[in-house]
Design a protein around this ligand. Structure first.
Ligand code: ATP
Length: 248
């Protein structure tokens, strides 16, 4: 279970998270929506433990993240797969190697280097299977920077699935893929999350996809959570107020 209590995060005078309370159960699938600059990425980065809260508390399965020693924090991070907007792929590595990097935090340094250079046939088969699921099996041994932006997004999703974390955080994971591919990728992500009881939190600008694929929406505006409820209960009025379309 993920819990945020009275959470604040600021960058200088910019309040990125303003008194956010949030509670997400294991296996829930939640879409984060809201205008640009509303705090969605900041919230995901806090949940990914990339940013520490300025005040408030972030608990994962009852354990306060702020109180963890560095070893416990490293273990915690292995259980969180984070797909940032910039994807964080290593451009001059092969696609297979970028996906194998998903488990690097779980291994000793030497074992991880060996696993990257000479992966076992079992690991490679698993990587190939996941790559097929995201629709680009033929790219296994291609250099990552030879792929299109949308294909690279699929590699980042494959890396997150390969990591076998219980929490997947995805920041606009389908922004660069065409509509039909975006649809099938979100379907793939949510189906995998359902199959393995993963918690999935995904920021999306496309409200249609958010409502279609995610049973719960969290709407942010100016660092605050201003909507938290069932997608089916998100009304046109909620939409207008979230995006302030009713203010002319
Ligand atoms: N590293 C940073 N340094 C300074 N300000 C930041 C930083 N990261 C975010 N901010 C500020 O915090 C606020 C929230 O930004 P955030 O990226 O979380 O919004 P967002 O909802 O994800 O936007 P978008 O949909 O455009 O990605 C913005 O005002 C942004 O300028």
């Amino acid at each position: 279970m993920i819990e945020l209590d009275r959470s604040h995060l600021n960058f200088g005078s910019t309040l990125a998270l303003d008194d956010c309370d949030l509670s997400i159960n294991e296996g829930e699938q939640v879409a984060l929506i809201g205008p640009s600059g509303s705090g969605k990425s900041s919230l995901l980065r806090v949940l990914a433990t990339e940013h520490a809260l300025v005040s408030g508390d972030y608990r994962h399965n009852g354990r306060s993240i702020g109180s963890l020693c560095s070893k416990a924090l490293k273990n915690q991070r292995c259980d969180i797969a984070y797909i940032p907007q910039n994807l964080a792929l290593v451009s001059n590595l092969k696609v297979s190697q970028n996906i194998l990097l998903g488990k690097i935090g779980r291994q000793q340094l030497l074992a991880s280097i060996k696993g990257l250079l000479i992966p076992s046939s079992n690991e490679l088969q698993l990587v190939q299977k996941i790559l097929s699921e995201v629709g680009i099996p033929e790219k296994l041994f291609h250099r990552t920077d030879s792929l299109s932006g949308g294909q690279q997004q699929r590699v980042a999703i494959a890396r997150a699935l390969y990591q076998e974390a219980s929490l997947i955080l995805a920041d606009e994971p389908v922004s660069a893929v065409d509509p039909s591919r975006a649809h099938s990728l979100l379907e793939c992500l949510t189906q995998m999350a359902t199959k393995h009881t993963l918690t999935l939190i995904c920021s999306l600008h496309n409200l249609e996809y958010a409502k279609k694929f995610f049973p719960r929406l969290v709407g942010m505006r100016e660092g605050k959570i201003v909507f938290d409820g069932k997608s089916s209960e998100f009304t046109d009025q909620d939409f207008n107020s979230l995006y302030q379309l009713d203010r002319g």
